[in-house]
Design a protein around this ligand. Structure first.
Ligand SMILES: [Zn+2]
Length: 215
């Protein structure tokens, strides 16, 4: 009824913070202030040979929330994290170079099983606050084993030729920001980064969390 819509305009319904589901969301921010501050997001460079950054350590609350995304298929929470990632980096000078966001692709069979690709959900959240096109011409052609529990050499072998680019000419001289949830050994990142370099592009990386131990 129109009167209800009119009252929504005057008194917009309070939306809950998607992180705690208890307090109300702060205006213009993707969560409540308590949650956002408790996540302790900072901007930390990673040793990869390319500009790459993580915003948190993979432990405590961040670990719980990432598990919630993965095991409860919480797409909205992944988008919220994406918004946070975008807000955290969009003003940085180095990020002004970014031409495309490149969420790490999942193999289609795994994506079908899981329902959605959380790296893509992060990128969709980033786009809400920082307009950059998502590059969707990279595919995972090998249904790789989960990287967790593998040794570094097994991880490397596992990802050998796992990714291909279908429109390689679009990569030349472009800066592609690889987006993923967790940075562990960096082998997934470097296999994508090498592919980008092979076609004269410039890889960069942005991860929600850096794992300090093995996951
Ligand atoms: Zn909250």
């Amino acid at each position: 009824m129109w009167i209800k819509e009119f009252s929504n305009l005057l008194y917009p319904p309070v939306s809950l913070c998607p992180i705690c589901q208890v307090r109300s969301k702060s205006r213009d921010l993707p969560g409540c202030l308590d949650c956002l501050l408790s996540l302790g997001l900072t901007y930390r460079p990673l040793k990869t040979g390319f500009p790459a950054y993580a915003l948190a350590t993979y432990d405590g609350r961040i670990k719980e929330l990432l598990n919630q995304i993965k095991y409860q298929n919480d797409y909205q929470l992944a988008v919220t994290f994406g918004q946070l990632m975008g807000l955290a980096v969009r003003e940085l000078a180095i990020m002004q170079k970014v031409d495309y966001l490149l969420p790490v692709p999942l193999h289609f069979s795994r994506q079908r099983k899981r329902g959605f690709n959380q790296a893509l959900a992060f990128a969709e959240g980033i786009v809400k606050v920082w307009r950059r096109p998502i590059f969707n011409k990279v595919f995972r052609v090998k249904d790789t084993l989960p990287q967790s529990g593998l040794s570094p050499s097994e991880r490397r072998r596992n990802l050998n030729n796992a990714f291909v680019i279908s429109k390689a000419e679009h990569v030349r001289a472009k800066h592609l920001l690889v987006i993923d949830d967790i940075f562990t050994t960096g082998i997934t990142f470097s296999s994508l980064a090498n592919l980008i370099c092979k076609y004269q592009g410039h890889p960069m990386g942005l991860f929600l969390a850096q794992s300090v131990g093995n996951v």
